[in-house]
Write a protein that binds this ligand. Sequence first.
Ligand code: FEO
Length: 169
Amino acid sequence: MINLKVQSAINEQIKKEEYSSRLYMAMGIWCETNGYPGAAKFLFQHAEEERMHMLKFVHYVNDRGGKAQLLDIEQPTADFDSLLDIFEKVMEHEKYITESINNLYEVTIIEKDYTTMNFLQWYITEQLEEENLFNTILDKIKLVGADKAGMFHVDKELEGMAVAPAPAV
Ligand code: FEO
């Protein structure tokens, strides 16, 4: 049976992963309606990836004899200024998620829940990869600045980077 404090902390994290998914969906909508179809495809697929992060936690809690819970989530913003603004916000959000995963890890240390500690390693690695990925994208966007042709190429590149997420197991 899963420790109740750990379960409650994971349920909070499930909420954050669900919010991430909706935030990236909102960003994808902005891109699709502002002439960035490649970035839209990338963000929609990333929204799917966040759902997988959420589902992986859901399965984990349930498999350990607990019960995953869906909590109320706030509406993400739909107002963005530019592609740069979007990816700066993505970066900021991912840093917040990394901090949140680290805090969750701390709960497992306090509660001596070694199994969950082990399970969380996957998320710790994933956050590192995501921060690296978004840093790379941000650098590209900053490099082209206001150059329209450059931005067109960044959009094309983002389309190529949109990979289907692996299923949550
Ligand atoms: Fe679920 Fe983008 O971290």
